[in-house]
Design a protein around this ligand. Structure first.
Ligand SMILES: [Zn+2]
Length: 483
């Protein structure tokens, strides 16, 4: 059934910017403050209050545009999008319509099997967020509904793709890539649950080979990658069934319900003319000159693709490791710092991808909260290099660093974990072990060489893992041969 039809997906992503203040006033954008505590005449929509554009929000829009290969418009216009909703006291949202700040961009996504596909980005425009309708969420209003306008005026970018995706997998690949980029840029915290990165999906189906698009449904405000996939899959099936039964797909806005996995109709989909867009007379056109764009180009951090390539080239690690280590900017920064301090690209990669990531996953924390800082990990690796500790003891030291937050040298000294390289001390242990196991000594001398491993194990155990393994090997061979 699926093969008879082709799925067509376009995505609109709302990215909440990390500016300290709102887009048209000086109110804080901090999340989680008491209702209506971060408001002023502008974001409360009091008559006569005038908006003033936040330059930082423009910086961020330019950065996002450059990172997605868009053309930055020298002149763009803020428009009023008129509609009524309780959380929108002005009766209109300030957005950009005819002349957005960025246009004609693209992102290349990786598909299974290593192929890449280019997804067009139609436009990126700036707009303000609305407030929130609350239902009994403060003590004094536990039985009533009210509007919280703390979020009203929070700056957003709306990033609109071309309808270039042909499967839920492609949609997810695009979203993950976009998410990674805005977080790397530092323009968005990327928090899906708190709504900092939310997605509307336009989904339609058409018989394979047909050029005209089918009628699309828009699925609103999906806030996890998993739900986006489920929502699209459900929607595709629903639309195919309608078409197969000779019915029509209606252009409408639908909501996805994560509990049931289905989408349901919310309202008929508006067309742009329903919003009566017109240029906002309170805001002058936004003019971005070449110097501004050049300044932002200079501030552009190294993006994931470039960083991955550099890790492979300069640090000599495999492609796979580079992929894992650049998945998140903070993780890549952490690894980068470790290598700069220690020098060993591969050994640092092994520890970060092994012990560090495992510890983070176990405790459900992010790399920013990792108790073992890069200088601590690098310091410990130096103690392996200079023979102070063995690789085996290093795991104990690492766990202790993680638990206590103290550095490797302190822990090694305090716990007496220094590797024993003194041959006299090791010889004494070996003599004891050989004396205690005459039977195995006989076996070894009779040619049963695998008993050697038994002796190594006994010596290491007796030294509590601190004996230098190379010295143990040498001395054991000598003793066993010498008799
Ligand atoms: Zn305000």
């Amino acid at each position: 059934m699926l093969s008879k039809y082709e799925t067509v997906i376009g995505l609109e992503v709302h990215v909440q910017l990390t500016t300290a203040t709102k887009i048209f006033c000086g109110c804080s954008t901090r999340f989680g403050a008491p209702p209506n505590s971060q408001t002023c005449p502008v974001c409360l929509a009091l008559p006569g209050a005038l908006p003033v554009l936040n330059g930082k929000a423009v910086d961020f829009a330019i950065l996002a545009g450059l990172a997605t290969h868009c053309r930055i418009a020298p002149r763009s216009i803020f428009a009023r999008k008129n509609y009524f909703y309780p959380d929108l006291p002005k009766g209109y949202q300030i957005s950009q319509y005819e002349l957005p700040i960025c246009e004609h961009g693209h992102l290349d996504i990786s598909l299974e099997g290593g192929a890449t596909k280019r997804i067009g980005i139609t436009r990126i425009h700036m707009e303000e967020d609305a407030g929130k309708s609350m239902h009994g969420e403060t003590p004094e209003t536990s039985a009533s509904s009210f509007v919280d306008l703390n979020r009203a005026g929070t700056p957003l970018l709306e990033i609109v793709s071309e309808p270039d995706m042909r499967s839920p997998e492609e949609a997810i690949a695009y979203l993950k890539k976009l998410h990674q980029i805005v977080v790397y840029l530092g323009v968005c915290d990327g928090n899906l649950e708190q709504g900092s990165f939310r997605c509307d999906a336009n989904v339609s189906v058409r018989p394979r080979g047909q050029e005209a698009f089918g009628t699309r449904a828009e699925i609103k405000n999906i806030n996890s990658f998993r739900f986006i996939k489920q929502a699209i899959e459900y929607e595709v099936e629903r639309q195919i069934e309608l078409v197969e039964n000779g019915e029509k797909v209606v252009q409408e806005t639908r909501l996805f319900d994560p509990a049931t996995g289905v989408t349901r109709s919310m309202r008929g989909k508006e067309d742009a003319h329903d919003y009566r867009y017109f240029p906002d007379p309170d805001l002058v056109p936004l003019v971005v000159d070449e110097a501004w764009i050049a300044r932002m180009r200079e501030q552009m951090p190294e993006l994931p693709e470039a960083r991955r390539a550099r890790f492979v080239r300069d640090y000599g690690i495999p492609e796979y490791d580079a992929e894992v280590l650049t998945a998140e900017r903070a993780l890549a920064d952490y690894y980068d710092a470790c290598v700069k301090l220690h020098g060993g690209g591969k050994v640092c990669a092994n520890w970060v991808m092994g012990e560090v990531i495992r510890g983070l996953n176990e405790q459900g924390i992010g790399i920013a909260e990792c108790p073992v800082r890069p200088q601590m990990l690098a310091g410990m690796l130096q103690r392996i290099d200079d023979g102070t500790i063995s690789g085996k003891i290093a795991k104990t030291v690492f766990d202790e660093m993680w638990r206590s937050g103290r550095d490797a040298d302190t822990i090694i000294a305090e716990k007496g974990l220094k590797q024993v390289t003194d041959t006299g001390a090791i010889e004494a242990i070996i003599d004891e072990i050989l004396a205690a196991n005459p039977g195995q000594v006989e076996e070894y001398r009779a040619g049963k060489e695998k008993v050697f491993g038994f002796f190594v194990g006994q010596v290491m155990k007796a030294s509590k893992g601190k004996a230098n393994p190379a010295a143990v090997n040498d001395l054991l061979k000598k003793k066993l041969a010498g008799g």
